[in-house]
Design a protein around this ligand. Structure first.
Ligand code: NOJ
Length: 530
């Protein structure tokens, strides 16, 4: 248990995809002012920190993750003054603000790249990864981008290839170049000086590559059912020899300022992902843990194993974190189905560690269905893998019944996930049994119960379909029982226990008067031990 827990250990982090939260300017795209006017909602919900996906100017090759200026706000989202006003509104309510930092690549329209591509004489040429053609005019090596197709594009001038781990509009910066590293540290200082509480670092594990840029080996297990980006083993194109040095370098800037946090996107097998905490915890405070996004079946034993394995791998003293998804994954409600959504949300909010929440999950929003051919905005990933269109989970937040669910006065940039007024904040606030009120009750319970926010974790014996665990704390322990099966289950509970919350609503909250409780299919409950 942390002796003096930091804010980022106790609180729920809420991710907002800015263009989809609330449009106040009337252009169909969400903006910073829209987030500011919803600060009361965020406080009401009980979250402790907001993580904003990129807010910087971007030509949108990858919808904000291709940045053309790190030091200001995209005019579609507002101005730096709007940013300051948002930050102040959140801080007044005790809510922290975390920005997305994208240090691996810029936009191809960033002035650094424009200057770099003018040729080898340019002082910025070495800021990106330029190489001559391979044999027969082929790309310099066999690396593939995450969006399919070669990770190299040829441009003339300078008549050479540049590396891009994602879209061709996202050239990779050359992190071997100390000037690049210093420039990115200065970007961090700019925002930290302005008062942001930390960063979520995009694709942190990609910054370091094999210095010789050797070919990647072919993945012997690849088949057509797997995404194209798994065709090669990414042995040389990422998690290279200096990956941890670069993580420490970013962290050193975070540590120049009091009480800030560094969250890192590290999509690697768990053992390698947790290594980004650093041997002496001098790297990332919270390298994202994607284990729950990879669950195939959502069976109790599978989840128990995932939790045990992650807890086992964490370096001593490292603080865990969990998420069910983010802007890159299908919605949790679509992955587990409406019957099990509350159970999955209860899992996220009761495991030991900082939960990262994805906006809209508190309404039980599901994936949108739209036809790519009718879309004006396309996810670059969908161009090569239409079935992996990430926009299905980036749809406008649904505030109230009526036109465009109160998101915008004009047609939003993306269609809504659902036209049903039941999937709006307004309707769900009025309904005691809604997903929203359930989530809010759970978040507030978590805030006032040390066992849930910072307590220890211990798995408990349970019937086969049930995942049970205890969160321990000197001020009182709680038990969490999660029935992932489609049948009733009877579980034993201590007689003096008290039901704190159930996914099955108020009627399930009667104090247990026997040492056995019958759980409904897919019910989850939290019990106080005294
Ligand atoms: C990870 C981000 O989460 C994703 O949305 C983006 O496409 C890539 N990094 C590239 O920046």
């Amino acid at each position: 248990m942390p002796e003096r827990p930091a804010w980022w250990q106790r609180q729920v982090i809420y991710q907002i995809y800015p263009r989809s939260f609330l449009d106040t300017s009337g252009d169909g795209i969400g903006d910073l002012e829209g987030i500011r006017v919803k600060a009361d909602y965020l406080e009401w919900l009980g979250i402790g920190a907001v993580w904003l996906s990129p807010i910087y100017p971007s030509p949108d090759a990858d919808l904000g993750y291709d940045i053309s200026d790190y030091l200001t706000v995209d005019p579609r989202f507002g101005t730096l003054e709007d940013f300051d006003a948002l930050l102040a509104a959140l801080h007044e309510r005790g809510i922290k603000l975390i920005l997305d930092l994208v240090p691996n690549h810029t936009s191809d329209q960033h002035p650094w790249f424009v200057e770099s591509r003018s040729g080898p004489e340019s002082p910025k040429h070495g800021w990106y990864v330029w190489r001559e053609s391979g044999p027969g005019g082929s790309p310099p090596n066999n690396w593939e981008s995450y969006f399919g197709s070669p990770a190299w594009s040829y441009v003339e001038p300078p008549g050479t290839w540049y590396l891009h781990s994602f879209d061709r509009g996202q050239p990779d910066l050359n992190w071997e170049n100390p000037e690049v590293r210093r420039a990115m540290q200065d970007v961090m200082r700019f925002w930290l000086d302005r008062g942001v509480d930390g960063f979520r670092v995009d694709v942190l594990w990609l910054l370091s590559k094999d210095p010789e840029l050797r070919d990647n080996p072919v993945n012997p297990e690849w088949n057509d059912g797997l995404p194209p980006w798994l065709r090669l083993l990414r042995q040389n194109s990422e998690d290279g020899p200096r990956a941890h040095e670069y993580a420490r370098l970013l962290r050193s800037v975070i540590d120049e300022f009091p009480d800030r946090v560094m969250v890192g996107e590290v999509v690697l097998p768990p053992a390698r992902a947790v290594s980004f905490h650093g041997e002496r915890l001098e790297e990332v405070h919270l390298p994202h843990n994607f284990a729950l996004t990879e669950l195939a079946t959502w069976r109790a034993d599978e989840i128990r194993t995932v939790v045990r394995e992650y807890e086992r791998l964490l370096p001593p003293g490292a603080w865990p974190n969990w998420l069910l998804g983010d802007h890159d994954f299908p919605r949790i409600a679509s992955r587990v189905g409406p019957d099990r959504t509350r159970l999955a949300l209860m899992l996220l909010l009761t495991l030991r560690g900082t939960p990262t929440w994805y906006y809209g999950d508190e309404l039980g929003l599901a994936n949108a269905h739209f036809q790519l051919s009718t879309m004006t905005v396309i996810d670059p990933q969908a161009s090569t893998s239409p079935e992996r269109d990430r926009l299905v989970a980036r749809t406008p937040m649904q505030w109230s019944p009526g036109p465009h669910a109160g998101f915008s006065r004009v047609e939003p940039w993306l269609p809504l996930a659902s036209d049903d007024p039941a999937f709006t904040v307004e309707r769900q606030r009025e309904s005691p049994d809604s997903v929203l009120n359930f989530v809010r009750a759970l978040i507030h319970l978590r805030r006032r119960t040390d066992a849930l926010s910072i307590g220890t974790y211990r798995s408990l014996p349970a019937p086969p379909d049930v995942f049970s665990f205890e969160r321990g704390h000197p001020d009182g322990a709680v038990q969490v029982h999660l029935n992932f099966g489609d049948r009733e289950q009877e579980i034993g509970v201590p007689l003096e226990s008290r039901m704190l919350l159930s996914t099955a609503g108020a009627k399930a909250m009667d104090a247990p008067d026997t040492p056995r409780v019958v759980m409904q299919p897919w019910e989850g409950m939290i019990i106080s031990m005294g």
